[in-house]
Ligand binder design. Structure first.
Ligand code: ADP
Ligand code: MG
Length: 569
């Protein structure tokens, strides 16, 4: 080896290592999933690069991941002949955490082991998970992009620093050598390793292999001859990407395991949809709804999480063109048969095929959500409580699916008298009064403010349900959702409240009489308030409160005005 250099880990890496070792010790085996998945990514990256430069394969074009054990040395080695890493790659990838959202992630750690281990799971433990089982890790790698045998060796005990040195490496790709800790020696057992590989690698499109020892010619106890067999690398998984298989042949467990790999989540998914679409555009999608929100859900620039494949070749992560922003919590992949293999983000941007795949995939996601809402109210409620506020961006973003999204919305309501958002627009319509033709709602800063708004008094008196909206996004939502199933949505704090047939003749007559009687006082109020209000008038909306402020039909609501003000407008 050439000259050795010592480097310190980035502070965050130290923190992550510490956390991981202490909160994931009961889930040690995931290190293998992470390392095999990195090897598989490395193969994907090489295949992708080789699309434009086939010579990158050299004479080594059967890509694989190999796992071997050395019981004497107490090591497990995970090898691949994928893209490999240059010295710079090694420095950047195995000494720092380059992921976006890293600061937010560390900000959310609570010190509670159970919670933090969930969070780490979502953040993605990745390469560093090697240190859950190893007290020493050596990485030997050679990039496919270089053209000689110059490689790099990285070595660390996971205690704050790593060493890096130049080496000669005959084969392209990466070997990761784990020296196991005493309490992780179970992973020297080949059966144990096979079990884990079966569980985590069945869906990978790359063959995962283990060395099968040669068998010498011998006789069994009954004198039957046992034939000699040479040692060989035996492929353990089927090496067929999960989504290319027939739906009927895939078990729920396989779908769930696959989810954990694509979504980097420890938890199982809430639900999924898997479709082979044929016709003018041909593609397969496999899309999952997670149970839990990622820690950076509120960042609209957050990565989208749907991967693009073309003819089973991995092309890119986070293909944001494949899902609308209001469904950014969806994880999974789309595999196109029609896009060119050299497709770029720019080409995806304005592309008929992309649009068609996005529309199809969006409909499927909305469909499974609708079905969940119908079949399992409790799970749907869990979904809504987690992702509802993201879905509320939908009516503004996606006009063509407005009605489908509106069906999925849930609100707090005067009918339930609880902060829980569990009333659908359909529920509301079912309970509408005879003669009621509108869906009434109020938007306020908080549930309490909505519930106690004097504008509700008349509705209480008449027994009319009002939806109580108090999330930040609600004003935005309602400005794009003016109708549902041919019923107008009407804010109770806006304009001339026309209760239509719900107003009886007697109310109307009384209103007119009062207007006459208070004419002079009203003029005086108006004068006293100067330009601060447009008009002062008598109302029968109130039963207990003396007065309330309302917005004109076409003016900006007070909520919206506050939002604009907050945004510096
Ligand atoms: P992630 O896989 O989510 O990017 P990891 O911590 O698992 O995060 O890996 C960090 C990075 O190290 C990878 O993105 C990749 O660039 C590099 N890397 C890890 N393992 C390999 C490998 N076997 N071959 C090539 N590069 C690798
Ligand atoms: Mg990884």
């Amino acid at each position: 080896a050439g000259q050795m250099e010592k480097h310190g880990f980035q502070t965050e890496v130290k923190q992550l290592l510490h956390l991981m070792i202490h909160s994931l010790y009961s889930n040690k085996e995931i290190f293998l999933r992470e390392l095999v998945s990195n090897a598989s990514d490395a193969a994907d990256k090489l295949r992708f690069k080789a699309l434009s430069d086939n010579s990158l394969y050299g004479d080594d074009n059967e890509l694989f991941v190999r796992i071997s054990v050395d019981k004497e040395a107490k090591t497990v080695t995970v090898s691949d002949n994928g893209i490999g890493m240059t010295r710079d790659d090694v420095m950047n990838n195995l000494g720092t955490i380059a992921k976006s959202g890293t600061a937010e992630f560390f900000g959310q750690l609570s010190g509670d082991q159970a919670k933090d281990s969930q969070l780490i799971g979502q953040f993605g433990v990745g390469f560093y998970s090697a240190f859950i089982v190893a007290d020493e890790v050596t990485v030997r790698t050679r990039s496919a992009l270089g053209n000689d045998t110059a490689g790099v060796e990285w070595h660390s005990r996971g205690e704050g620093e790593f060493e890096i040195a130049d080496i000669e490496k005959a084969r392209r790709g990466t070997d990761i050598i784990l020296h196991l800790k005493d309490d992780a020696e179970e992973f020297l057992d080949e059966y144990r390793l096979r079990g884990i590989i079966n569980k985590y690698s069945e869906h990978l499109s790359i063959p995962v292999q283990m060395w099968k020892e040669p068998v010498a010619e011998s006789e069994d106890s009954e004198g039957n001859k046992i034939e000699a067999q040479p040692g060989e690398w035996e492929t353990i998984n089927s090496g067929k990407a999960l989504w290319t298989r027939d739906k009927s042949e895939i078990t729920d467990d396989e779908y769930k395991e696959f989810y954990k790999t694509v979504a980097h989540d420890f938890d199982e998914p809430l639900l999924w949809t898997h479709n082979k679409v044929e016709g003018t555009t041909e593609y397969t999608n496999l899309l999952y709804i997670p149970k839990r929100a990622p820690w950076d859900l509120w960042n609209r620039e957050q990565q989208h999480g749907v991967k693009l494949y073309v003819k089973r070749v991995f092309i890119m992560d986070d293909a944001e063109q494949l899902m609308p922003t209001y469904l950014r919590f969806v994880r999974g992949l789309v595999d196109s048969n029609d896009l060119p293999l050299n497709v770029s983000r720019e080409i995806l941007q304005d592309n008929k095929i992309t649009r068609s795949m996005r529309n199809g995939s969006t409909k499927k996601v909305l469909q499974i959500l609708k079905k969940l809402a119908k079949d399992n109210k409790e799970e749907y409620q869990q979904f809504w409580d987690t992702f509802g506020n993201v879905l509320k961006e939908g009516p503004a973003e996606d006009h063509s699916n407005r009605e489908r999204i509106a069906e999925l919305l849930r609100f707090a309501s005067t009918h339930n008298d609880s902060t829980a958002q569990s009333v659908s627009l359909d529920d509301y319509i079912e309970r509408m009064k005879d003669g009621q033709d509108k869906i009434f709602y109020i938007v306020a800063d908080s549930y309490e403010a909505a519930k106690n708004n004097p504008a509700l008094e008349i509705f209480r008196k008449k027994g009319i349900e009002v939806l109580l909206l108090s999330d930040r996004i609600d004003e935005w939502l309602m400005s794009h959702l003016t109708e549902f199933k041919e019923k107008q949505l009407q804010s109770v704090t806006r304009g001339d409240l026309d209760l239509g047939e719900l107003d009886d003749e007697q109310d109307k007559a009384e209103q007119e009489k009062a207007e006459e009687a208070f004419k002079e006082s009203l003029e005086r109020f108006e004068k006293a308030l100067g330009g601060k209000v447009k008009k002062v008038r008598v109302t029968h909306r109130l039963t207990d409160s003396p007065a309330c402020i309302i917005t004109d039909e076409h003016d900006m609501s007070t909520q919206m005005a506050k939002l604009m003000e907050a945004a510096g407008q």
